[in-house]
Design a protein around this ligand. Structure first.
Ligand code: 4AD
Ligand code: MG
Length: 462
C-alpha cells in the first residue's frame, strides 16, 4: 500500500517496512551505492532512498533521470546524512515513467518567470509545492473559522444576469452564434434568443444572492470562483479568482470589521501551526514573509481609521512619500496610498472605513453625512486591499435612489429590493480575495504564482 511521505516522516519508525511512490529530484550513483532523493508532493521534505550495489536491479538506475517516477519498497533507517532524520534502504524498486533530459526541471534555482511558462510542472518544485499546500490549508481554515462560528456555506450562482458591482468588467456567457447574431426589428442583438432569454455573464461576486441567503438562514459565507474581465496586468489581479464572502443578518459595519479582523487573525495563528515547513522554506527563500511575522500578525489588533482621517494623514505625508497620484478628499485610494498607510503609518494591517459614496458600490449603506458610505477595506502591508466589505443599504428609498445614481434600473433587481420590502434587517458582509490572502501568507509577490493555473489577459494556456 502507498504510504505518503508526510505520514512516514511523522509516524514512521526505524526498521519499519515502507512502500513509497514519488518523483526523482536528484541522484548520486557510485559503484557500490546509490542515493536517490525523491519527493511525493505530500510534504516539503524529500526522502532519501539508498540502493546497495548488490541490488539485482542496480544497473537500471542509470536509466533514471530527474523527474522520473518510481515505486520503492524498503526499510526505514536512521539517516547518517545531513538534512533528513530517516532514509529508506531499498529492497526493490520499479520505474514507472522515465524522464528524458528535456525535463525542464533538471537544475534547482529556476526563476519564477520561467516556472510560470511550465505551470503544468511547476508544482513539482519546492516553491510551488509549498505554495499549493499552504493554499490548501488556508482553504481548510476558511471553512473551519466560519463553521466554528455557526456560519453556513452557501452556494451562489456563477452565471448571472445582474452586475453586482455596477462595473462593466464582466465576461459574457452566450450560446448565440457569434458569426450570425440574431437581430430584433431595431437591428439590435436579440438576446431573447440567447440561452437564458437575456444577457448573461460570469459573476463578479456572489454577494447579492448571499444577502438573500443571509436573510433566510442567518449568517452564511460563500467560497468559490469569481470572474473579472478587467484588463489589468498587475501582480494583484486575476481574471478568475476565488472569493470568500460572509454575509451576516442583524449586523452593522462594526460587526463586519470585527468579523474580518477575527477571521484573518485566526487564519494567521493557525497557518503557522499547519504549514511550518512550507512557510519556513518560502520565508528563507523569498524573504518577504516569515513564520514569526505571520504569528505576530495574529497577536496584535489591526489599525482602524476613517477614509477622511486617512486622507489627512496621507496629505501630511505627501512631501516625504512622493506619491505618483496626488491625494485629496474624494479620490479612490491607490495601491501606493494603501501600502503607505499599512507599511509606514500603521506598520500592520489597517481597516479603512467610511469611504466617499461616489466610487463605492450602490448597495453600501449611506451614512448620515450623505457623503460617505458604511464601507470598510482591510489593507495589508505589501498587498494593499485584501478585504472589501460594507453594511448594506436596507432603506428601500435610499437604495433605489442610489441605484439610479449608478444607472441601474431598480426593475432589473426587483428581487434584491424585495429583501428590503419583506422583513428587511440591517446586514453586512465582506469579500476576501483568497489569492491575496495566499500572497500575504506565502510572501509571493505575484498573484499568478499563488493559483496553480492563473487566468489573466492573454493567459489561458494551461
Ligand atoms: O472589493 P471587492 O470588489 O468587493 C466585492 O466584490 C464585494 N461584493 C464583497 C462583499 O462585500 N461581499 O472584492 C473583494 C476582494 C478584494 O478586496 C480583493 O481582495 C479581491 O476581492 N479581488 C481580486 N483578487 C484577485 N483578482 C482580482 N481581479 C480581484 N478583484 C478583487
Ligand atoms: Mg474593493
Amino acid at each position: 500500500m502507498r504510504q505518503r511521505f508526510k505520514t512516514i516522516m511523522t509516524e514512521g519508525k526505524v526498521d519499519q517496512k515502507v512502500t513509497i511512490f514519488g518523483w526523482l529530484r536528484s541522484k548520486r550513483v557510485s559503484k557500490n551505492v546509490a542515493f536517490l532523493v525523491v519527493n511525493d508532493g505530500s510534504t516539503q521534505k524529500d526522502l532519501q532512498l539508498v540502493v546497495d550495489g548488490t541490488n539485482p536491479d542496480f544497473a537500471k538506475l542509470s536509466e533514471l533521470g530527474t523527474g522520473a517516477s518510481l515505486r520503492a519498497e524498503g526499510v526505514l533507517k536512521a539517516s547518517l546524512g545531513k538534512g533528513q532524520d530517516m532514509e529508506v534502504h531499498v529492497d526493490s524498486f520499479e520505474i514507472y515513467g522515465a524522464s528524458p533530459e528535456e525535463y525542464p526541471l533538471q537544475k534547482k534555482g529556476h526563476t519564477l518567470e520561467f516556472l510560470r511558462e511550465i505551470a503544468h510542472l511547476r508544482g513539482r518544485t519546492n516553491s510551488f509545492g509549498a505554495v499549493y499546500r499552504v493554499r490548501n490549508q488556508l482553504a481548510v481554515l476558511v471553512h473551519e473559522f466560519f463553521q466554528g462560528r455557526g456560519f453556513q456555506w452557501a452556494h451562489t450562482p456563477l452565471i448571472t444576469a445582474s452586475d453586482a458591482e455596477g462595473a462593466g468588467e464582466m465576461f459574457q456567457v452566450t450560446t448565440l452564434p457569434l458569426d450570425k447574431l440574431p437581430r430584433d426589428d431595431k437591428g439590435a442583438i436579440d438576446f431573447k434568443q440567447d440561452f437564458f432569454g437575456k444577457k448573461a455573464h460570469l459573476t463578479v461576486s456572489g454577494q447579492l444572492n448571499g444577502e438573500a441567503l443571509a436573510l433566510s438562514i442567518g449568517d452564511i459565507y460563500t467560497f468559490g470562483p469569481t470572474f473579472r474581465a478587467e484588463n489589468s496586468n498587475t501582480t494583484r489581479h486575476l481574471a478568475e479568482f476565488w472569493m470568500v464572502e460572509p454575509e451576516m443578518a442583524f449586523a452593522t459595519l462594526k460587526d463586519d470589521m470585527q468579523l474580518a479582523e477575527d477571521f484573518l487573525r485566526y487564519v494567521f495563528a493557525e497557518i503557522v501551526k499547519r504549514c511550518p515547513e512550507e512557510l519556513d522554506f518560502l520565508g528563507t527563500h523569498y524573504k518577504n514573509s516569515s513564520v514569526e511575522q505571520i504569528a505576530a500578525l495574529a497577536s496584535q489588533d489591526f489599525g482602524r481609521i476613517t477614509y477622511t482621517d486617512a486622507v489627512k494623514e496621507l496629505i501630511a505625508a505627501s512631501n516625504s512619500a512622493k506619491f505618483e497620484y496626488p491625494v485629496s478628499w474624494g479620490i479612490d485610494l491607490q495601491t501606493e496610498h494603501e501600502r503607505y498607510l499599512a507599511e509606514v503609518i500603521f506598520k500592520k494591517p489597517v481597516i479603512v472605513t467610511d469611504y466617499p459614496k461616489d466610487f463605492k458600490a450602490f448597495y453600501m449603506r449611506l451614512n448620515d453625512d450623505n457623503k460617505t458610505v458604511a464601507a470598510m477595506d482591510v489593507i495589508a502591508p505589501r498587498i494593499g486591499e485584501i478585504i472589501g466589505g460594507s453594511q448594506r443599504e436596507d432603506r428601500i428609498d435610499v437604495l433605489k435612489s442610489r441605484m439610479r445614481d449608478f444607472h441601474i434600473a431598480p426593475e432589473d433587481l426587483s428581487w434584491y429590493i424585495d429583501l428590503r420590502r419583506f422583513g428587511g434587517v440591517p446586514h453586512a458582509g465582506f469579500g476576501l480575495g483568497f489569492e491575496r490572502l495566499v500572497q500575504y501568507v506565502t510572501g509571493m509577490t505575484n498573484i499568478r504564482d499563488v493559483i496553480p493555473f492563473p487566468r489573466f489577459p492573454q493567459g489561458i494556456h494551461f
